[in-house]
Design a protein around this ligand. Structure first.
Ligand code: NAD
Length: 491
């Protein structure tokens, strides 16, 4: 059973299997709020046995759920979408508490979960079947069927949105599902389960198994799970992709990022500075789409000065939320210190932040580091904090080659008023999502989300129309109903 050292702010998290929260005698971890260290709850470290129960529940629910029409299944998600909206403020507070975001960031995350659900509700308009008379009286038809029992493994940085990248689409398309949330932020998904149940989702269609590496590995190995979507760091994405596919499953594994912004001298000064700093500091830099490295081409001093000015305006604890843990805080500060020791210039320093009354929270202020060289760790590695590393280049070509040399490839952006230069970056940047004068180029529905290179393993993207292919398989049916005895080719 869970042992903990104080009063829990929220009920101890339980696994959700077959429509019920289960009280199990499992080892548990404490979950503290990054905002101020408050003990929020405990989360069970489930075993393979619990996962197997969830898979059995999902298997039992599959025949009836997959036999319903897509028009019937979306009805539940219309209701669910409205329930999300009715509970927007309460759910946003929960995201703030468990993840450390500011309230407006948490609310924006919830609004994105609503948009993802709305996309799933439009599925009947998108999954119409194809049919053609291919020989005289012979018809070929493509039917879209669910994969079966599927799973999703999610990270800490978006406790609601990232699970919603997979849940509505996978379920509306007729699959049944097990989600393993990050053990750092297990609370938002508990509320999602309650609202899905309230919306009328049948028992067993959606299940939650909490835990750590043990459950992730068990998901990769379970013979009855057909597909896995994973979102997290590159190292874990690679192991999940390798292990899942070696067990002959479909896997789509999204990894980490180091997003580059290329700023040209003709960029609009104020617009560039505010966009760059919003991208660097949003969600305390803990976004896989955050701007992390900037390549300033030629004379961009005025823009860089303005970027520093904007960074200084950002108040930790008010404009910038907390980072997830003490370990994250130390990692980020170490990167800054190391860059300083290697000769980079700290123009705005976010280290050593203490917020009165929230001494047990984990805060890093906006940080701008200039004169970074491409070989420094701060230029190459994912820092995952509100830190911008600025490199200098003499030409756009050189800037593009610096971007290309980075192993990640989630997003890249260019700030310029020159359409030709922007097109050059669109063509040459080695990233899956490109922004032109946009610091966080997240494609909104129905466009799909997905990076390249070490930021994604597996074909297809995780959201939008691309996800329809991931969560379904095609059945090709050839029929002949006329009584004609004559045979022509392929009849
Ligand atoms: P993480 O890789 O530590 O954890 C992700 C999930 O994997 C969690 O559920 C966790 O319990 C599990 N896990 C952790 N270590 C494991 C191990 N050794 N073996 C098996 N499972 C393990 O990631 P995180 O710290 O929660 O999230 C931040 C990372 O996610 C960043 O790298 C960020 O860029 C990335 N991310 C990527 C995208 C994208 O779309 N590319 C989106 C969001 C976050």
């Amino acid at each position: 059973m869970a042992t903990h050292t104080g009063t829990l702010k929220y009920e101890a998290v339980q696994n959700y299997i077959n429509g019920r929260f289960q009280d199990e005698a499992l080892e548990a971890l404490e979950v503290h709020s990054p905002l101020d260290g408050t003990l929020l709850t405990t989360v069970p470290l489930s075993t393979e046995k619990t996962l197997d129960q969830a898979v059995q529940a999902a298997k039992n629910a599959l025949p009836q759920w997959s036999a319903a029409t897509v028009k019937e299944r979306v009805q539940i998600f219309y209701t669910y979408r409205n329930l999300l909206l009715e509970n927007l403020d309460r759910l946003s507070e929960l995201i703030c508490a468990e993840n450390g975001k500011t309230f407006s960031e948490a609310r924006a995350e919830l609004e994105k979960s609503v948009e993802l659900t709305e996309f799933a509700c439009s599925m009947p308009q998108m999954v119409g079947e194809e049919v053609l008379e291919v020989s005289r009286g012979v018809e070929c038809r493509i039917e879209r069927r669910p994969v079966g029992v599927v799973a999703s493994i999610t990270p800490f940085n978006f406790p609601s949105m990232v699970p919603h990248w997979s849940i509505p689409n996978a379920l509306v398309l007729g699959n049944t599902m097990i989600v393993k949330p990050s053990e750092k932020v297990p609370l938002s998904l508990v509320e999602a389960a309650k609202l899905l149940q309230k919306a009328g989702l049948p028992d067993g269609v959606f299940n939650i198994v909490n835990g750590d590496k043990t459950i992730v590995e068990a998901i990769c190995d379970h013979p009855d799970i057909g597909a896995i979507s994973f979102v997290g760091s590159t190292a874990v994405a690679k192991t999940v992709y390798r292990r899942g596919t070696s067990n002959l499953k479909r896997v789509l594994a999204m990894g980490g990022a180091k997003n580059h912004l290329i700023v040209l001298p003709d960029a609009h000064v104020a617009m560039t500075a505010t966009n760059v700093i919003a991208s660097v500091t949003g969600c305390a830099g803990q976004r896989c789409m955050a701007a992390a490295a900037m390549i300033a081409v030629g004379n961009t001093e005025e823009i860089i000065d303005r970027i520093c000015e904007e960074a200084r305006k950002m108040e930790p604890g008010k404009d910038i939320g907390a980072v997830i843990s003490k370990a994250a805080l130390q990692r980020i500060e170490n990167y800054i210190t190391q860059a300083e020791q290697q000769g980079a210039k700290i123009r705005v320093d976010g280290r050593g932040v203490k917020i009165p009354g929230r001494e047990n929270g984990y805060y890093v202020g906006a940080t701008v580091i200039d004169q970074v060289s491409p070989d420094m760790a701060i230029a190459r590695e994912e820092v995952f904090g509100p830190v911008l590393a600025i490199m200098r280049s003499q030409s756009l070509k050189e800037a593009i080659s610096i971007e290309n040399a980075n192993p990640y490839g989630n997003a890249a952006a260019v700030f310029t008023q020159n359409g030709g230069a922007a097109r050059e970056v669109i063509n040459q940047a080695s990233a899956g999502m490109i922004g032109v004068n946009v610091g966080v180029p997240v494609p909104r529905e129905p466009f799909s989300f997905g990076g390249w290179n070490e930021s994604k393993f597996g074909a297809l993207d995780i959201t939008g129309k691309s996800s329809i292919e991931f969560w379904t398989q095609l059945k090709k049916v050839t029929t002949k109903w006329n009584a004609e005895a004559g045979i022509n080719w392929m009849s």
